[in-house]
Design a protein around this ligand. Structure first.
Ligand code: SF4
Ligand code: SF4
Length: 166
């Protein structure tokens, strides 16, 4: 692989306290840009994949994921430990917004924002569809039990941690 650079992470957007039942099927009726803040936050499936380090081939632009995650990712819940302060604590944590979502081509294929941005529907295991926030973990679509914190990995060793399951 050609010379690489570290790719910014983006936030896990979770708001577990928001009622799912009051917002049923809003993602089918509204564009990302027209969603309320609560609806936008609800979309995040909590997979944690966007909080993994990525390597970008400078020549081809191809982005490869590693199984090394941001130190603020809670490995038990796959959520950010400091979501509200993430931009202050992690300079590479790029904030995903309705205006910017189309630019984030490197989002994982299963990411709800990417799916809707591409005109696709949410998968059956998404909590808004199945009503169970743990289903994603049960079915292995999150990073749970698959990743290691950056705290234990020297930054120049990232290439050894490239994975292809994302
Ligand atoms: S600070 Fe880290 S764990 Fe939190 S949202 Fe950003 S990349 Fe994810
Ligand atoms: S990849 Fe998308 S759905 Fe998964 S945690 Fe990140 S923003 Fe949420």
């Amino acid at each position: 692989m050609e010379k690489q650079q570290r790719k910014a992470n983006i936030p896990v957007s979770i708001s577990a306290s928001v009622s799912i039942t009051t917002c049923r099927s809003f993602w089918k009726e509204k564009t990302l840009q027209r969603m309320t803040r609560k609806e936008w936050e609800l979309l995040c499936d909590g997979c944690g994949k966007c909080c993994l380090f990525k390597l970008e081939d400078k020549k081809t632009g191809k982005v490869r994921y590693t199984n090394v995650c941001c130190y603020l990712l809670d490995l038990g819940t796959c959520r950010c430990k400091s979501y509200k302060k993430r931009d202050l604590l992690v300079s590479t944590c790029a904030i995903l917004t309705p205006k910017r979502v189309a630019q984030f081509h490197w989002l994982p294929r299963t990411c709800a924002y990417r799916l809707l941005c591409e005109g696709k529907d949410l998968p059956p295991w998404h909590h808004l569809v199945c009503g169970d926030r743990n289903m994603i973990h049960h079915l292995g679509h999150s990073v749970k039990a698959k990743v290691i914190s950056e705290k234990y990995i020297p930054p120049d060793h990232l290439e050894s941690y490239i994975v292809d399951w994302i």
